[in-house]
Design a protein around this ligand. Structure first.
Ligand SMILES: O=P(O)(O)OC[C@H]1O[C@H](OP(=O)(O)OP(=O)(O)O)[C@H](O)[C@@H]1O
Ligand SMILES: NC(=O)CC[C@H](N)C(=O)O
Ligand SMILES: [Mg+2]
Length: 503
């Protein structure tokens, strides 16, 4: 799940882009990049690493100009090579840079079509470079030396007709302005903000509203599914629905895990939805598991803390922070390899022995994906002296791969694949395992915005909203992107960074 930002200002925006990316760091820890436009020149810095490590003072000085975009990356296609860090750049037409959150499901077909019809070369294995080239190709359709807003919007409409999957995009076009658009299902989030200055209005687009709040902009609204926004260099604002049939299916996993609790996505406060998840899960335990003798509820930091606190209220059982999180270790789930993920759990979380000794503990997490965290945490609770260790997950069993921007490409790597709760419980060695029901999870989010009728819930029920995913597709994805295949790919990925300005 990457994070994107874009700003059209009337003063240098490098610092605001940097600050926005810092507030989106939880969406991608692998690489970061910023591209600005200064007059007729695109200025770039991108590399592997956290935002604070990628941008030093000398890079920030280079990123001049009043308009630009930024990206934090969590790879879901291609490799982790710095050559695939974003934004990507293409020189024709005009000079375009793009940053993308999501994952395309017909990338291979698009790449072949691009070569057939336009002899366009894609230099990396990133789906985002393909998306940029499709957009560039469609902008080429206009034969004028200057693009009108209508030509930009019809180019986005043609992108929607060809591209399948999830994409929330920000792009800048030299001599024109910033374009942002969201796929017709609105799977990945994209928010719009504004800031008034004596020189006029400045605009910001970002994956989450938290980046808008944190940089002194004011959150206005979300970009609609299928909608495109164009803000010219002069600060004129235009928007248009570019899809014939937008159907809103926001990814429910944003609310479970990805997004920060202080963000609002599609009219839903992420924090409030997590409180609702805690309430629903607490009520299920009250209804169906009242025989469990629980002394204490302990969250697995960090995302599950809000959920567990609400469960403690519903169940009237004390909440204790039995694990301390090392604030210098990042999120485990979005790390690129299983070895790294396994090692990180113990480095990241440490038990406070007294909180477990001789107690029956209910551990609470937002989700169980590969089981990396839950298995080790239960072991740690036992080592700390717990009597019985129960485990509750605020998301239902994750049984199916994700193809829309969450790196779960292989069903075999999911602990919930083909297993029922008691089998999963036996593997993670829990004395009891309770999952949220999918209807309750949906109600927890929908309760905050009843106008949301559908969600992207494929990891729980195997229903893929774009309608183009079959078993054959999933088998190919598994073969290409399971952990072993990826380790080999990453070793081979010595591809030079074509457009980077170096260190
Ligand atoms: O079953 P697994 O494969 O271990 O994945 C699920 C775990 O990973 C995530 O935590 P993470 O450490 O990424 O971030 P957090 O600090 O925001 O909870 C999530 O909150 C679960 O704890
Ligand atoms: N998580 C994402 O949104 C990833 C974007 C893109 N597919 C990449 O791998 O770079
Ligand atoms: Mg966690």
């Amino acid at each position: 799940m990457c994070g994107v930002v874009g700003i059209v200002g009337n003063q240098p925006i490098n610092q605001a882009l940097y600050d926005g990316l810092t507030m989106l760091q939880h969406r991608g820890q692998d690489a970061a990049g910023i591209m600005t436009i200064d007059g007729q020149t695109l200025r770039l810095r991108k590399s592997n690493g956290l935002v604070r490590d990628v941008f030093h003072t000398r890079h920030m000085r280079r990123l001049s100009g009043n308009m630009g975009i930024g990206h934090v990356r969590y790879p879901t296609a291609g490799t982790s090579s710095s050559a695939e860090a974003q934004p990507f750049y293409v020189n024709s037409p005009f000079g375009i840079a793009m940053a993308h959150n999501g994952n395309l499901t017909n990338a291979a077909d698009l790449q072949a079509a691009l070569f057939e019809k336009a002899r366009r070369h894609i230099n990396t294995s990133s789906d985002s470079e393909i998306l940029l080239n499709i957009f560039a190709y469609e902008l080429m359709e206009s034969k004028q030396l200057e693009l009108s807003k209508d030509e930009i919007f019809s180019a986005v409409a043609r992108v929607h007709e060809q591209v399948r999957g999830a994409y929330a995009v920000v792009a800048v076009i030299i001599g024109h302005g910033l374009v942002a658009f969201r796929d017709p299902h609105g799977i990945r989030p994209l928010a719009l903000g504004k800031r008034e200055t004596p020189q006029g209005t400045e605009y910001m687009v970002a994956s989450e509203s938290v980046a808008i709040d944190g940089t002194g902009f004011t959150y206005e609204r979300d970009v609609e599914p299928g909608e495109a926004i164009y803000i010219s260099e002069q600060g004129e604002f235009f928007s248009q629905q570019c899809s014939q049939q937008p159907v809103h299916n926001p990814c429910i996993f944003e609310y479970v895990y990805f997004a920060r609790p202080d963000s609002t996505i599609d009219g839903v406060s992420v924090y409030a939805s997590r409180i609702n998840m805690g309430r629903k899960l607490g009520e299920k335990i009250q209804r169906e598991y009242s025989h469990l003798d629980i002394d204490v509820i302990v969250p697995i930091p960090e995302t599950a803390c809000d959920i567990a606190l609400e469960m403690s209220r519903v169940l009237n059982i004390p909440y204790r922070q039995g694990f301390v999180k090392n604030r210098y270790i990042g999120r485990t789930f979005i790390m690129p390899g299983q070895t790294q993920r396994r090692k990180s759990v113990r480095r990241k979380l440490n038990a406070i022995t007294a909180e477990f000794k001789d107690k029956n503990v209910l551990l609470v997490d937002d989700s169980i994906v590969r089981g990396t965290t839950s298995e080790q945490i239960i072991e740690m609770a036992r080592e700390a002296g717990a009597k019985n260790v129960y485990f509750a997950s605020a998301a239902p069993e994750i049984r199916y791969p994700n193809v829309y921007g969450i790196d779960m490409p292989s069903a075999n790597e999911l602990i919930g694949f083909g297993r029922e709760a008691d089998e999963i419980g036996a593997i993670i060695k829990a004395d009891g395992l309770i999952y949220q029901d999918l209807t309750d999870l949906i109600d927890a989010v929908k309760g905050e915005n009843p106008s949301l009728e559908r969600f992207e819930t494929s990891v729980f029920n195997g229903e893929y909203v774009t309608g183009d995913i079959n078993q054959d597709y999933l088998d190919r994805l598994d073969a290409a992107r399971n952990d072993n295949a990826r380790a080999e790919d990453d070793q081979d990925s010595t591809n030079p960074e074509l457009y980077n300005e170096g260190d």
